[in-house]
Design a protein around this ligand. Structure first.
Ligand code: WTA
Length: 663
């Protein structure tokens, strides 16, 4: 441990509460504590404040229509266009200011800046092109794209013509792309020929084609962004494929009138993992979602138009949707995009970017912070990070040690940290301190945002005492909430509401949203999120369903049965542990192990790659035949095991333990 760390630990270790820095408070977008009270008293009308951040073509008549819970509607009667809100309305004052600052991974390449004027032009041209291809209102356009400017351009072009987008993370496998396109009945795809990862040009074109080959319906058009230029892998365009640049050139100077969308019209779909094997298509709307993204960006991230705001997430996940694209652009600020990883070419890449662009906020994930900690302070210390005003984290719990490291070594003890709890389904932040108002407590996300009604309850739905663990629930609807799962209202009710609601009731007070997270609450209302309580893993802040991984493994030749659990991991938070039983005649050897890893990568992507594959003759099962996952988790984590005598096959435990320990 360096002297510096020793000194930090000594001084900060004891401290469990931090006041927002005075300099920050003075300029904060929200600095008045009375907002909590005001929102409570004036609920749901308080949300007009979020809607007021947007320009509406048609004013809404009702803030909340809760006549048919849990199918809530927000800002009903209102009409607006998301691309006009993110672009057109900023042109007069901010036309020449950067909207997107893009940094590619290769350092010998020029970064790209899009001013609002330029972004507006290109979005219009691409919107015109999409229309020409036949994309109409409500047609779902899939995007399978890396972190390149054409991704937000394509999203905004879709929004402009009222076509919902469905962005599939570029790191997902071909098979994952196919499943999502099929599920959304999507006939249009925007992709790229590749992107750079740690210096290598990856062949994304080939992967796209493999995915398309598996789509059961006809895909009419595929637009390919040529990201790689000379590094392209030599693919000729196939039938139905066109280059993005040709389409845009063909529509040079074209303008498209933004389509007035109903507040409740779908803005996008985002697939996420759940308990069952099939990913869920979360539906977000134009009015409620955009208001939520804009409001939370302003109140929590403290975004101002003159900022250079940097979120290091990938747009393929919800964080990138809400807090790289929609929230920041709705507020007319400069949003940064970085294509690569934080350790390429060196482990100071993010700090170099922060310094060069004088970034004012940094929003990242605890997994990244843990990696920075491990790499050492010399990397941030080498750079001037004094432009930073606020730091944020999202995706998983952050432990107090990592929080304090971030606070000191990145924020120089002068930036508030917002630890923001939310999910794909919530559209945006739900539980976090307001940085200009609330005391920060490392490890605890904070109180719910004003107007958000979060309670921690036991299995019966009764609120638990302070300090006790329970289940996190949301007891009132909010504008950014998902509206349903694509084409599956029943699953929507089952997945999120059935646990704690009286599902026969028409009274909205009887309906409670259950995000499937465990949490505890302190005397002062601060919430510490403990993690998922369903069969979903959180690997490096990414949600992965154990069932999805298991079904990939069982699909591998020679595998009879598999159980996947999360094991603790220093950097990733959780890592995938797979326990596998082979079929007779198959050996659990290296070859089998690599086929399993490959099977998972093919079905989902490298993010789901098992950290350990443990071959075992049996899985620990209860007498009724249920796999004891908790036990497998404890084994993965090398923990003391409780009573195993209730197992049908207690002997198997020792055997597995030896294998995990011995690896
Ligand atoms: C977890 C990401 C603790 C949680 C925006 C949630 C967190 C899941 C936090 C959603 C946080 C997110 N503290 N846990 N600040 N933020 N989570 O849908 O388990 O990819 O349910 O959305 O991440 O993951 P998702």
């Amino acid at each position: 441990m360096s002297d510096d760390t020793v000194e930090l630990e000594a001084r900060l270790a004891e401290q469990d509460a931090f006041e927002p820095p005075a300099e920050f408070v003075e300029q904060a977008n929200v600095a008045d504590e009375s907002i909590y009270e005001e929102f409570e008293q004036n609920w749901p009308e308080c949300w007009e404040r979020a809607a007021d951040l947007l320009d509406w073509d048609e004013e809404y008549d009702t803030v909340l229509d809760d006549s048919n819970p849990p199918f809530y509607e927000w800002f009903t009667g209102g009409e607006l266009n998301a691309s006009a809100n993110c672009l057109d309305r900023h042109l007069e004052e901010r036309g020449d200011e950067p909207a997107i600052e893009w940094v590619g991974e290769p350092t010998d390449e020029d970064d790209r800046t899009y001013t609002y004027e330029e972004l507006h032009r290109e979005v219009n041209e691409f919107a015109a092109a999409l229309r020409d291809l036949g994309v109409g209102e409500d047609d779902v356009v899939t995007m399978y794209m890396p972190m390149i400017p054409e991704l937000p351009i394509a999203m905004l072009a879709c929004a402009r013509i009222g076509a919902p987008h469905s962005v599939v993370f570029a790191g997902f496998s071909a098979e994952a792309l196919a499943t999502r396109m099929e599920s959304a009945d999507s006939e249009y795809l925007v992709t790229a020929n590749g992107y750079y990862r740690r210096g290598d040009p990856l062949d994304h074109h080939e992967k796209t084609r493999e995915g398309l080959a598996d789509v059961g319906h006809e895909v009419s058009d595929v637009v390919v962004v040529d990201r790689l230029g000379e590094d392209d892998h030599g693919h000729e365009l196939a039938d139905g494929e066109r280059y993005y640049r040709d389409l845009v050139a063909d529509h040079e100077g074209a303008t498209v009138e933004p389509v007035a969308r109903d507040a409740e019209d779908m803005l996008f779909l985002m697939y996420t993992s759940g308990t069952t094997g099939k990913p869920k298509g979360v539906k977000h709307t134009t009015g409620g979602y955009l208001s939520w993204a804009a409001w939370t960006s302003q109140a929590v991230l403290d975004i101002k138009p003159e900022d250079t705001y940097f979120c290091s997430a990938d747009i393929g996940w919800i964080t990138g949707h809400s807090y790289i694209v929609y929230g920041p652009l709705a507020l007319g600020t400069t949003t940064m995009m970085y294509e690569g990883t934080p350790d390429y070419p060196e482990r100071d890449r993010l700090w170099e970017i922060v310094e060069e662009y004088e970034a004012t906020q940094l929003y990242t994930a605890p997994t990244a912070i843990r990696a920075f900690m491990k790499w050492g302070t010399e990397y941030p210390d080498d750079h001037d990070l004094s432009s930073l005003r606020l730091l944020g984290t999202v995706g998983e719990p952050i432990n107090p040690r990592a929080w304090k490291w971030y606070y000191k070594h990145i924020g120089d003890e002068s930036c508030p940290i917002v630890d923001t709890w939310w999910q794909t389904e919530t559209g945006g932040m739900m539980v976090t301190t307001l940085p200009g108002v609330k005391t920060m407590k490392p490890g605890s996300a904070g109180p719910p945002l004003p107007g958000v009604d979060v309670r921690i309850v036991d299995t019966e739905g009764e609120e638990v005492e302070a300090g006790r663990a329970g289940y996190l629930t949301v007891n009132k609807p909010w504008p950014g909430m998902l509206r349903t799962l694509y084409d599956n209202d029943e699953r929507y009710v089952d997945e999120y509401w059935a646990e704690y609601s009286d599902t026969d009731s028409e009274d909205p007070d009887d309906w409670v949203y259950f995000p499937e997270d465990g949490a505890k609450i302190d005397d002062d209302g601060y919430i510490t999120v403990l993690g998922r309580v369903d069969d979903v893993l959180n690997v490096s802040g990414h949600r992965l369903g154990t069932m999805e991984i298991e079904s990939a493994i069982v699909g591998v030749e020679g595998v009879a049965e598999a159980a996947v659990v999360g094991g603790d991991h220093e950097i990733k938070g959780e890592a995938v542990y797979a326990y596998v039983i082979t079929e007779d005649g198959y050996e659990g050897d290296e070859e089998m192990r690599s086929r399993i890893v490959e099977g998972v990568e093919d079905a989902i992507g490298p993010i789901a790659r098992p950290e350990q594959v443990v071959f075992t003759p049996e899985l620990p099962k209860t007498r009724s035949g249920k796999i004891m996952r908790r036990l497998l988790e404890d084994i993965a984590n090398g923990e003391e095991l409780g009573n195993t005598s209730t197992l049908r096959n207690p002997d198997v435990v020792e055997d597995i333990q030896t294998k995990v320990g011995g690896d």
